[in-house]
Design a protein around this ligand. Structure first.
Ligand SMILES: [Zn+2]
Length: 272
């Protein structure tokens, strides 16, 4: 996928900021720009000259997110991974077209990042104002949570037999729900929005509909919260390894209807 022009080496004890200078190499997606790679203990950040002023900050934020995800689940990542800081929407589309084997893919404006077991792609926040929507580059908390969300996907992919989540669309309620919850994106606003929709009778009735609609972060995220609070963190971690909903329900010892009904009761018990 990419041709390294210099050897990687790093000093594990020193962390991200004290590593050797970045090395230049050809781009990850065949584009004509010169890419550089800044290695750290847990991942490499690849970037173009247009984003050289952002890369240290991104690396520090990703290091913090990596630690937060590892602490949340109480388990290590199984391997290092690559972070690509993509300089514009066109290069982001090229990256995803190649990754997903679909040369016609065009991303929506709200799509700014994606994570699988060995890779995290992020559109440079430098161009979010002009080439993205629904994301504010000045919102540092939002950015940290978004990065953590994607690193949860990396962690999840590393603990699942399908590292790229291929064929797991039917488990979006869990894949996205656990990333939303573990990253801190399930804030009071999203919880309140989910609760008011439940009170209006607009709650999802099947697991397949939790990650749909405008309130999908609140719905899917609160389902992961419910599983964590009722079954415990070790069970939430164990669920990462599954690729079939039926087996997940068997582990929880409930039917789909019963899980959804219990989640609804749990949500309505909190009067906020
Ligand atoms: Zn996600």
């Amino acid at each position: 996928m990419r041709l390294l022009l210099c050897q990687r080496f790093f000093v594990p004890a020193l962390g991200f900021l004290l590593l050797r200078p970045p090395c230049a190499w050809t781009g990850p997606i065949g584009d004509p720009e010169v890419w550089s790679s800044l290695p750290s203990i847990n991942f490499d950040v690849s970037y173009t000259g247009r984003d050289s002023s952002l890369v240290t900050g991104l690396g520090s934020a990703a290091t913090a997110a990596h630690l937060a995800v590892r602490s949340f689940f109480g388990h290590p990542f199984t391997s290092r991974f690559d972070i690509f800081l993509l300089p514009d929407r066109q290069s982001t589309d090229r990256q995803w077209q190649r990754a997903w084997g679909d040369s016609t893919f065009q991303s929506e404006c709200w799509m700014v990042a994606g994570g699988v077991a060995d890779r995290l792609d992020i559109l440079s926040p430098r161009v979010w104002k002009t080439e993205a929507c629904d994301h504010d580059p000045a919102d540092s908390t939002g950015f940290r949570r978004l990065l953590t969300h994607e690193i949860v996907h990396v962690f999840h992919g590393q603990h699942n037999p399908r590292p790229t989540f291929d064929g797991l669309d039917s488990l979006s309620w869990f894949i996205e729900g656990v990333a939303t919850y573990a990253s801190g994106q399930l804030d009071d606003r999203r919880l309140a929005e989910a609760r008011s929709l439940i009170r209006e009778g607009k709650d999802p009735r099947s697991l397949g509909t939790f990650w749909t609609g405008k309130a999908r972060y609140g719905m899917a995220g609160s389902l992961a919260l419910f599983i964590d609070k009722i079954y415990g963190r070790p069970v939430l971690f164990d669920l990462l390894a599954f690729k079939e909903q039926a087996a997940m329900l068997k582990l929880l010892g409930v039917s789909e209807d019963s899980l959804v009904a219990s989640w609804k009761k749990f949500m309505l018990a909190d009067r906020r």
